[in-house]
Ligand binder design. Structure first.
Ligand code: CP
Ligand code: NVA
Length: 323
């Protein structure tokens, strides 16, 4: 192929037009789940996708395995600690081996730099299935869900409350403004997105007409919001800080009182797993405004579209209807 390989390591790796194209493909494939077969039809004939986990997972593992099988591929799931990568072998050497056999590499890991090194050494697409800094596949599912419930993404206001220094906060900010949304992030001092992430989001917002607000005041973020999102206060790897974090984020809970400030028809998102009574109240996540089960299902549809789109754009398969 003469096309350079495309990777998806962070939300802004897709331009606004490309993100819209992936979401449109996801909606098309949700309606016709077996209509796109990039692995069966791969130019290389390769069927296997390596899906590597350095951290645990339910949704990511099941949605990738299911989606790869749906599209004529063979999911090779590598669970934490099962491969040589990270203890006996470098990321670079692992990439150079995998890219000679598989059609795509999906990886959940800690440091984003590892994903960059994997991508730099791979002629097949590399997909970030969550790292310490981003969870971009989750945001494709979230945006698909919002689109289904609200019709349009452009111009909507989305509030994220809680641990605003984590992977989900960064991805809400970057993917949200890419879609032209007004994204408001609220968390305590010291637990807000880094200046680099805010600058990247502001650049993107200037391109799309979206906007960025970062605040320590949850009410300022919530007021009139069309979408309210949160995530665990204790991400994978932070278990030792659990007690301190429970106190730190106490005022950023998405509960019934918080929801009174949002638009009356606001939808509520949570990537799951959820801790009821902490970042989200049981009556909110299990209530009528919650769309979290659609959101979880949409991991499947969004990631199928992403894999097909990356294969197509890298010249490794042909998906009908894509330029
Ligand atoms: N939301 C999400 O990524 O869930 P898992 O950790 O179960 O994959
Ligand atoms: N912020 C959470 C997301 C889990 C899907 C974590 O990194 O553990």
């Amino acid at each position: 192929s003469t096309r350079p390989v495309r990777h998806f390591l962070k939300d802004t790796d897709l331009s606004p037009a490309e993100q819209a194209e992936v979401l449109e493909l996801a909606a098309r494939m949700k309606a016709a789940p077996y209509s796109v077969q990039p692995f069966a039809a791969a130019a290389s004939g390769r069927k296997t996708v390596a899906v590597i986990f350095d951290k645990t997972s339910t949704r990511t593992r099941v949605s990738f395995a299911t989606g790869i099988a749906d599209m004529g591929g063979n999911p090779l799931i590598i669970n934490p600690g099962e491969a040589q990568i990270g203890h006996k072998e470098s990321v670079e050497d692992t990439a150079k081996v995998l890219e000679r056999m598989v059609s795509t590499i999906v990886w959940r890991t800690g440091a984003h730099a590892g994903l960059v090194a994997m991508a730099e050494n791979s002629r097949v697409p590399v997909i970030n299935a969550l790292c310490d800094d981003y969870h971009p596949c989750q945001l494709l599912a979230d945006l698909l869900t919002i689109k289904e419930h609200k019709g349009e993404l452009n111009g909507l206001t989305m509030a994220y409350l809680g641990d605003s220094a984590n992977n989900m906060a960064n991805s809400y900010l970057l993917a949200g403004v890419t879609a032209g949304m007004n994204v408001r992030i609220a968390g305590p001092d010291g637990y807000l997105p880094s200046p680099e992430i805010i600058a990247a989001a502001e650049d993107r917002a200037a391109e799309t007409g979206g906007s960025v607000l970062v605040t320590i005041d949850p009410a300022e973020a919530l007021l009139g919001a069309d979408v309210v999102a949160t995530d665990t206060w204790v991400s994978m790897g932070q278990e030792a800080e659990k007690e301190a974090r429970m106190k730190l984020f106490r005022n950023y809970s998405v509960d019934a009182q918080a929801m009174k400030l949002a638009a009356p028809d606001a939808v509520v998102l949570h990537c799951l797993p959820a801790y009821r009574g902490y970042e989200i109240a049981a009556d909110v996540i299990d209530g009528p405004q919650s769309v979290v089960w659609d959101e979880a299902e949409n991991r499947l549809h969004a990631q199928k579209a992403l894999m097909a789109w990356l294969m197509h754009r890298s010249g490794l398969a042909v998906v009908d209807g894509l330029a």
